[in-house]
Design a protein around this ligand. Sequence first.
Ligand code: GLU
Length: 428
Amino acid sequence: MSGQINAFEMAQKQFDGVAELLNLDPQIAEVLRWPMREYSFRIPVRMDDGSLRVFQGFRVQHNDARGPNKGGIRFHPSETFDTVRALATWMTWKCAVADIPLGGGKGGIIVDPATLSVHEKERLCRGWVQNMWKNIGPRNDVPAPDVGTTPQMMGWMMDEYSKLSGQYTPGVFTGKPLGGGGSEGRTEATGYGVIYTVREAMKHLGIDPKESVAAIEGFGNVSQYAAIGFVEMLGGKVACVSCWDRNEKKSFTYSHKNGVNPRFLLTITDQYGTIDKAKAQDAGYVIEDGEKWIEKECNVLIPAAIEGHVNGDTVKKMSKSVKIVAEGANGPCTPEADEFFKKNNIFDIPDFLCNAGGVTTSYFESVQNDMNFYWTKEEVLQKLDTKMTQAFHGVLNMSLKEKVYMRDAAYMVAIDRVVKAMQLRGWV
Ligand code: GLU
């Protein structure tokens, strides 16, 4: 959290503010401030050299009033129970705002996956499932990829669950590889979803996409396709991307005088999102410190790495021309950053709206798994565009009607839907 507020405290603080705005019954608010169920477990893994290492695993199920818990599993060296709690809470709001019939969950393991061999990763994935399989499933909790996890890992996890339960159950994990129960369009979904919401925000604000420049943080799955979408769908320019260099254990910003070419950068990026420096330099890229991305001249800022990077300190370095902040990551902007955006009339597309394209396509994946009938990529992306556009306008209308900030409006839409589902089920 970059020395800032703890992520779960931040999630609760955001929720408390809106609960007050909504005049929510304090007893109902108390139900929603906390996850419904939490699991913490140790995973012993036999390493390739014969030694035994024990990893810490988590799963948090925040709320399943609207349907099975849904959310990714992160493999991250600084994962904590509280980050998983925060992320699980945000998943509840994300599914509700996207209006998909799912609840919120999140999982994690404290590990840097880049330090493991393929077989060690596979054993770790299977170990996570051996701990959790009785508490997940297509009708109660459906995990997916997130930071540090991949479609291949979801394939192993689905296989382990199917073996343990004695039935081929593709719908227990989403984000699986194509040909292994995955959906067309899932890889592009989160990044493209970010761009569908940016497109709608530009229409609303009267900004010409072709004259637009984006500064993007990160070059993982979300940023890669957000960058591609910004260039190919909107016709805009991407000033820079940043990436975590796993060899040097720090991040760098990559920019190019003509705008970055994300398709080229993809060809020189490894599976962990580290861009090859020498090849980038040969192609005319300027490589600077990882913090520099936020200072680049642009009108659209897309933080799409991890939580807390746009905060009270960094926000002051932002280009004065920024009109839109599109939160591709989960929780990238702290409450201090929100205050700055409000004061400076910057239009924020909050994380659980902006990056809902991933989970929405996960939902499409589980629907296809249930039907055992698969859609084309065009069908998936068309359905995704429709859902994201509806979600964006639902929140925008609430924001205009109630004269509230976009994040508060998104919370109002989401909390309203979850409370209604709890009431209809007689929980509260
Ligand atoms: N990990 C993604 C997210 O934070 C996707 C979750 C999912 O597909 O279930 O939204």
